[in-house]
Design a protein around this ligand. Sequence first.
Ligand code: PLP
Length: 386
Amino acid sequence: MKFSNSITSVSPSVTLEFNQKALEMLSKGEDVVKLTAGEPDFPTPKPIIEAAVEAMREGKTKYTNASGIPLLREKISEKLRVENHLNYSPDEIIVTNGGKQALYNTLSAILNPGDEVILFAPAWVSYGAQVKMCGGIPIFVGTKMEDDFLPKIKDIEKAISPRTRAMIINSPNNPTGTMYPESLLTELANLAKSQDIFVISDEVYEKLSFDEKHFSIASIEGMKDRAAVINAFSKAYAMTGWRIGYVAAPHSLAKQIAKIQSHLSSNVNTMTQYAAVKAFGVDISEMLEEFIKRREYVETRLKKIGVPFSHPKGAFYFFIDIRDYLTETYPDSLSFAIALLEKAKVGMIPGSAFNAEGFIRLSYASSIETLKKGLDRFEGFLKKSD
Ligand code: PLP
């Protein structure tokens, strides 16, 4: 059978596959420590759940405006103004099925076949896949652990071609936890303006900014017209399964994205939208404090183990350098991660999934007890691989 070239060029999400593999081992009764997850292990806060139940009881179970209910878009507009110094009217906001669909809708609205999109590696697994699915070409610009995984302007300049259409920025970053300082974002904004490049700013980990205040590149003067902001409720409010996010974009682009949303999936399910309205009033400080404690615990352990990494300022991941541990038996991060899972029963995601060979991603969205068990086994596994 013949398939679409843009779809056959894409592999399934390695993070979801690894997570699935670990889950299958667990369901067979194997004692697996799963440090793969890209989701908070906390339950969705009760007021959010209650708001969804109430919405259903009140009969809010029908189609809504495909771009989202006005109340939610007003709340998002207010949040962006107050917290991020961004001015988007409610009709410049489209509510989507998670940050993932916000990103996909945006890429499909701006890309023509052969357009290039600059991605900074390590890059979240779905960026390259989505660019390809929209007919574009991902161009990876590498970053180094020694530079805290921050890109260098001169490397980006080298990657720019007449076909460059956009770049995707992700701060706080998955998988590295890096946060882009305002000074770098200003340089990136200047580059985008001078080279006529569109910027997609993926801010889904915004609330998980631990060491610095989050700053949106779209708030820099002159950037609103050449940027789209992607955000979601998934990571901030432990709502990964609800599937709700949004994109804020200048009016002309928002209109195109709204068309895509209306033809692709219509509105995000109605009760989830009402639940999300409630999320804005929920206090997540306890969850954040717990994440900070876990980060400290993992950081102390990794330092003791002596394996290199760069301090993650946000999100809930450590991107660990395993280059010294790659041997003939485990020559790359994929074979290393498979052996770690099968032999030591610890699940982590190989760096190759993020276009960064020689690393492995640990998610600390697990209890300290689980992290301790996982790190004890990881330490033992590294000793054996020495
Ligand atoms: N962007 C990044 C960097 C992510 O890590 C994720 C989820 O893992 C998403 C976007 C998508 O989030 P959502 O679950 O809201 O679709």
